[in-house]
Design a protein around this ligand. Structure first.
Ligand SMILES: CC(C)(COP(=O)(O)OP(=O)(O)OC[C@H]1O[C@@H](n2cnc3c(N)ncnc32)[C@H](O)[C@@H]1OP(=O)(O)O)[C@@H](O)C(=O)NCCC(=O)NCCS
Length: 200
């Protein structure tokens, strides 16, 4: 299976949350969520900006939508009703799609953080990823100082496989260490059998 032959599913619902590809028109919701969450995101997400216009956000949503259709990366919003409460995605940072490796990234809006949403969203991304996507291995990276991120991975059953030393720059420009967490497609799913949903 290659990026050209794989038609990515666009949407997944798990309880109150819907995880879906961005669409043209999502810009205002993205702008609201990101700007209101700046202080919360800034320590960990290099892309966070204090100011981001609706036009810039709309352009980002259209870029995400285009790259999704092309199978280049799969960036998605996490929604509760009409409210964008976070972002996630399957990123192809560990080789092309046919190798079956994806990295999950995630942010939860400040007003919604610390209420179990990140855990539920990651559990949904794992269950969906092994049920409807070709992933064999899902990876989660986090700054070793990011306790919330590490705990979210651990609660969802990912294994810490190691720690890269001084492998990246923190947002303040200092060098940082990174934990690598991963989870493998269950053997039953690899053999085509039923896959039990991940329990958070
Ligand atoms: C990391 C993040 C996605 C987790 O989502 P969340 O909805 O806030 O997390 P949850 O409420 O599901 O909590 C998951 C775990 O993190 C812990 N946690 C949440 N916020 C925390 C905080 N500020 N400090 C320490 N631990 C925290 C929770 O207690 C829970 O651990 P526990 O099971 O030991 O009690 C979210 O906090 C976030 O967007 N942070 C900023 C961006 C970011 O760091 N993204 C991840 C990059 S790898």
């Amino acid at each position: 299976m290659t990026a050209n032959s794989f038609l990515a599913p666009a949407e997944h619902t798990a309880g109150e949350i819907t995880i879906r590809a961005y669409r043209p028109g999502d810009g205002p919701a993205l702008q609201r969520a990101v700007v209101a969450s700046y202080e919360h995101l800034r320590p960990w997400m290099p892309w966070a900006k204090a100011e981001q216009s609706v036009e810039e956000s709309e352009a980002l949503c259209r870029t995400f939508a285009g790259r999704y259709l092309l199978g280049e990366e799969f960036t998605m919003g996490i929604w509760i009703g009409d409210e964008l409460v976070g972002g996630t995605g399957y990123m192809l940072r560990w080789g092309p799609l046919e190798q079956g490796n994806a990295e999950i990234g995630m942010w939860i809006a400040a007003a919604r953080a610390g209420q179990g949403l990140g855990t539920r969203a990651l559990a949904a991304m794992i269950a969906w990823g092994f049920a409807d996507w070709p992933w064999q291995r899902l990876v989660w990276l986090c700054d070793t100082r990011n306790i919330a991120s590490a705990r979210t991975a651990e609660r969802c059953g990912l294994t810490r496989e190691g720690t890269f030393r001084s492998d990246a720059l923190a947002v303040d420009g200092s060098r940082r260490d990174t934990h690598l967490y991963a989870i493998l497609r269950p053997v039953s799913a690899r053999q085509g059998g039923p896959f039990p949903p991940v329990v958070a």
